[in-house]
Write a protein of this length. Structure first.
Ligand SMILES: NC(=O)c1ccc[n+]([C@@H]2O[C@H](COP(=O)([O-])OP(=O)(O)OC[C@H]3O[C@@H](n4cnc5c(N)ncnc54)[C@H](OP(=O)(O)O)[C@@H]3O)[C@@H](O)[C@H]2O)c1
Length: 274
């Protein structure tokens, strides 16, 4: 695995997402078993960064993750756990309550990283950051970040955060360059804020694109792995693919070892009009 080192923390370039673990917008008992197995195999494979949220399956993803970690006997300190507060909960008291809820479900006494899941124009960032800064001082969260933030709100968050703002988690993959166009990706790279790329492999034609296939074959890899390697080749970019499938989980984890040549990166950038 390759790592980013930021503010004294080593964080793996490739972590594991948990959207759909235990359900989507509600609990889905029919996928409880495959969800738990997916978490167990991810832990067995050596993933150490897990990304979850109170929103995922109404907190059930956090509960299953907590159980899988407890079951694995892996020490809490060797893991990096990210969770997120939902935009309806951004008033001061609600942030504190939401964090307590996540910690209880995960059966943990701290989170490594806590993110504002989406901005909420109706609640002032000042109020939300008052609570987030307090949670850091109390040791309940180690780092603060945001998700789906545009440049204006990102800059404001950086100013309001008493500790270095850790990440902006955004949708970012080969064809998706919304946040590049908005100037967010460059701003993060220039200001030591991690870009956590979500939905890194879920895009149209990934599996049939001839150029991607050609580069993949040269590395004895899959097109999915090349999409991940392209992302994490960039400084200050990490990613969090999700898969229920153990083989896919392993391929995603191993993608960190792929070294793309400058020419291959140029070919991909041209192909996706970057
Ligand atoms: N902050 C936010 O607002 C936000 C929004 C969306 C996502 N996220 C986070 O980002 C994580 C990842 O995003 P995502 O789940 O939307 O998309 P993703 O990880 O890009 O794609 C997941 C899909 O790709 C398939 N897949 C994964 N690896 C594969 C491989 N090596 N080969 C073939 N198929 C593969 C999976 O199917 P199989 O299960 O069959 O492998 C699954 O259907 C989420 O789980 C969540 O933690 C955050």
């Amino acid at each position: 695995m390759k790592y980013e080192t930021l503010h004294g923390v080593q964080i793996p370039k490739i972590g594991f997402g948990t959207w759909r673990i235990g359900g989507k917008r509600s609990i889905d008992p029919s996928i409880e078993e495959i969800s738990f197995k997916a978490l167990q195999s991810a832990l067995d494979l050596g993933y150490t960064h897990f990304d979850t949220a109170e929103f995922y399956a109404l907190g059930y993803a956090e509960e299953l993750l907590g159980k899988a970690i407890k079951n694995s006997k892996i020490s809490r300190e060797s893991l990096f756990i990210t969770s997120k507060v939902w935009p309806d909960h951004l008033h001061y008291d609600n942030v504190l309550k939401a964090c307590e809820g996540s910690l209880n479900r995960l059966k943990m006494d701290y989170l490594d990283l806590y993110l504002i899941h989406w901005p909420n124009k109706l609640i002032k960032l000042e109020e939300t950051f008052k609570a987030l800064n307090q949670l850091v001082r109390e040791g309940k969260i180690r780092h603060v970040g945001v998700s789906n933030f545009n440049l204006k709100d990102l800059k404001k968050s950086k100013d309001l955060c008493e500790t270095p703002l850790f990440t902006n988690q955004v949708s970012y993959n080969l064809p998706d360059n919304k946040y590049v166009k908005k100037g967010v990706v460059d701003y993060c790279k220039e200001n030591d804020i991690l870009v956590t790329a979500y939905t890194p492999v879920k895009f149209r034609n990934l599996n049939i694109n001839k150029t991607l296939k050609f580069i993949a074959e040269a590395h004895g890899a899959t097109s999915f792995q090349i999409a991940l390697a392209w992302l994490i080749n960039q400084p200050r970019v990490i990613t969090i693919p999700m898969s229920f499938n153990t083989q896919h989980q392993k391929e995603n984890f191993d993608a960190a070892e792929i070294e793309l040549t400058a020419e291959e990166i140029q070919t991909l950038n041209t192909l996706y009009k970057r």
